[in-house]
Design a protein around this ligand. Structure first.
Ligand code: F3S
Length: 673
């Protein structure tokens, strides 16, 4: 039985570098790699056949040829040298390695010392050291014993601050020991676990498989440190053979080996793993694996770009999904070809054994891989749905993912749909940024099938929704009915209120019982207000609304709270030759006629009273019909005789209106002034 470890072969960074170089060659670029791109002779030979040359160092670069920097990364000086010579370069430094460059660069610029767990001669470690600030202290060690030795030898400086990082392929167990040691010794240390997850996973799966095998085949370059580490991990559990090429298998005897495990270093292309698997299956003659005939047929099966394939998930990592597509190629779906959600976790979306329908993006016979995409296939199916929606007028749902010049982009069924600014909102003033990340409904206005482009309108849906609400409103509206609405706009003569599909207007005189100069004294735009229908003009579809409430009418309040004969304190608000007006309650002023100001004869009211003065008065009369309140100070002054009835002169009162414009404000004829 032949078993292949779940995580074996090209890691994300190596595959990225190989893809980058393949693409550059397809684009017609002449490329030289700075050192061999990966530790695999077959792949390197194939690239050389395609014109790729290998440089020993950056100084050998020649104008006209692009220099490719490999996944291990390089020192900062290399970039500077290439820039000085004006030589273009392609940077395939693995993002995980680039992160270490940044960590050590930032730390050493702040004067910190660097501890690096790794092989000081390995290009990756050389590159990391080359990103430290000039003159900074750098200490490298290959394992925990070396670290202990360095500490014993060099002593500890409590004044220094250290940063500890690891080569991405450093052994995890050794790393844990190093962390323990440094934590015990250094108090001022920042520890960053920079070991690559791909390496950890590969090592873990190799160990798990080695435990159940009679023999482990570790495939990879003899100069590859991660391959050597895999072999080192497997060795304690079973016989472990490190091979570089499938042909080497003939040197070994597998008699008596029932379970054979296969794993591979990060530079081993998938086709070599398949080849080894095939040879071992033939040797062990087991039926657990594909039959020879099936393998042969599969190896002849070809696939082309844009083809749709069915695939079975064979492993899932945070960055990609490995799949079997039934050919000699190892298929993989990169994270961003599976989902648009950067927060998604592939391990939660798919599991080993799941069947997927995918589209072929690229086929590389050099490394035996096929880059696949679920998103592209979804987008094709999604576009068909958009075309159908255009024909049927159906409403689609999507999420606004981008605000661009002239509109927004909504994502629906995996397709980016353009919505022009004029079609994105109901109001011209709405900021398009407010739509970002919102779920919106829209109608498709037009599509271009060749270019797979679609233009849509949110506004069309909003207009339809408004029409439905409008119709419902007109069916049920009646005078006196109350509504909750939102103030949409204000003018000098009133406020427009959105009642949910229909706008009505509250005239300024209907906003308040008091006299106001502008509606903004009572309501503001976006206020939610309760209004009632005063009048309906169904023909012109106009609604007149009321806002002020009957119970707030000052005359109603006066009626509830006061009677003639009450003694109240009032405030003088204005003066006339025939008397003084005083506020009884907000909105109701009463008149203290000149004859009722004093029990002595006075020439004018201002002889005794002034505006703003508070005085105690008796309410001598309230005429609700004529809206008049008569007040008297004199009635409260102690006298032997009650004032003559005719002396209690009526006052005229308005709803806070200036007396001089009110005809009723004239004194009673024949009255003594
Ligand atoms: Fe990068 Fe990890 Fe590979 S660091 S190059 S993905 S082993």
């Amino acid at each position: 039985m032949v078993k292949v470890a779940q995580s074996a072969g090209f890691c994300f960074g190596v595959r990225r570098a190989v893809d980058m170089l393949s693409r550059a060659l397809e684009e017609g670029k002449e490329v030289s790699t700075l050192g061999p791109l990966i530790h695999n002779p077959q792949v390197i030979t194939d690239f050389e056949r395609r014109g790729v040359t290998i440089l020993e160092n950056a100084g050998d670069a020649v104008p006209g040829r692009t220099v490719m920097l490999r996944a291990h990364g390089v020192e900062r000086g290399v970039y500077e040298a290439l820039n000085r010579k004006g030589i273009p370069y392609l940077d395939a430094t693995c993002p995980f390695v680039a992160k270490i460059h940044k960590l050590v660069g930032d730390a050493t610029r702040q004067g910190r010392s660097v501890l690096i767990a790794g092989d000081k001669n390995h290009p990756e470690v050389v590159g990391i050291m080359g990103h430290c600030a000039p003159g900074s202290e750098i200490i490298t060690f290959g394992n925990s014993s070396e670290l202990a030795e360095v500490i014993r030898h060099d002593g500890i400086s409590v004044k220094k601050v250290y940063i500890l990082v690891a080569q991405t392929t450093f052994n995890m167990l050794e790393w844990q020991k190093c962390v323990e040691i440094t934590k015990n010794v250094y108090t001022n240390i920042f520890i960053f676990d920079t070991i690559c997850n791909a390496t950890i996973l590969r090592q873990k799966k190799a160990e798990e498989l080695a435990r159940e095998c009679d023999v482990m085949l570790v495939i990879g370059g003899r100069g590859s440190s991660n391959t050597a580490k895999l072999a080192q991990i497997c060795r304690p559990y079973c016989r472990t053979l490190l091979i570089e090429r499938p042909e080497e298998l003939t040197q070994y005897d597998f008699k008596g080996d029932v379970v054979i495990g296969v794993t591979a270093g990060a530079s081993t292309p998938a086709f070599i793993i398949k080849e080894v698997q095939k040879i071992m299956s033939e040797i062990t003659n087991t039926q657990d694996e594909l039959s020879f005939a099936e393998l042969l047929e599969a190896s002849f099966k070809t696939i082309n770009s844009r083809e749709k394939v069915n695939a079975i998930v064979t492993s899932v990592s945070p960055t990609e999904i490995a799949v079997d597509i039934g050919t000699k190629h190892a298929g993989y779906v990169a994270f961003d070809e599976y989902t648009d959600d950067p927060g998604a976790k592939l391990e939660e979306l798919v599991k080993v054994g799941d069947e997927l329908e995918l589209m072929v993006l690229r086929v590389s016979d050099v490394d035996g891989t096929a880059a696949l995409s679920k998103k592209r296939l979804d987008a094709i199916a999604g576009f068909e749905k958009i075309v159908e929606a255009e024909e049927s007028g159906a409403i689609l749902e999507g999420v606004v993912v981008d605000v661009v010049k002239g509109g927004v982009i909504a994502l629906t069924n995996g397709v980016r749909v353009f919505i022009p600014a004029s079609q994105a909102t109901m109001s011209k003033n709405q900021d398009l940024q407010t739509l970002l990340k919102q779920t919106v409904n829209f109608k498709v206005l037009e599509t271009n099938k060749q270019r797979r482009r679609a233009v849509a309108s949110i506004r069309a849906v909003l207009k339809d929704q408004r029409k439905v609400l409008e119709d419902q409103f007109w069916e049920s509206v009646e005078v006196g009915k109350t509504y909750k609405g939102t103030v949409k706009s204000l003018t000098s003569y009133g406020a427009f209120v959105d009642l949910g599909g229909v706008d009505g207007m509250v005239h300024i005189s209907e906003l308040s019982w008091s006299r106001i100069k502008h509606p903004s004294e009572v309501v503001n735009v976006d206020d939610v207000v309760e209004v009632y229908v005063r009048d309906i003009d169904a023909e012109n579809r106009k609604i007149s609304l009321g806002y002020k409430k009957t119970e707030d009418n000052p005359w109603e309040v006066l009626h509830r709270e006061h009677n003639a004969g009450d003694v109240v304190t009032v405030k003088v608000v204005s003066m006339t030759p025939f008397g003084a007006f005083a506020q009884v309650i907000p909105g109701v002023d009463g008149l203290i006629h000149i004859s009722q100001i004093s029990d002595e004869r006075i020439n004018k009211p201002t002889d005794v009273l002034s505006v703003g003065q508070e005085v105690q008065v008796k309410i001598t009369e309230i005429d609700f019909d004529k809206k008049r309140v008569s007040l008297s100070i004199r009635a409260l002054l102690e006298k032997d005789e009650e004032p003559q009835a005719e002396e209690a002169v009526s006052a005229v009162v308005y709803e806070a209106a200036p007396p001089e414009i009110q005809p009723e404000a004239e004194p009673v004829a024949g009255e003594e002034a």
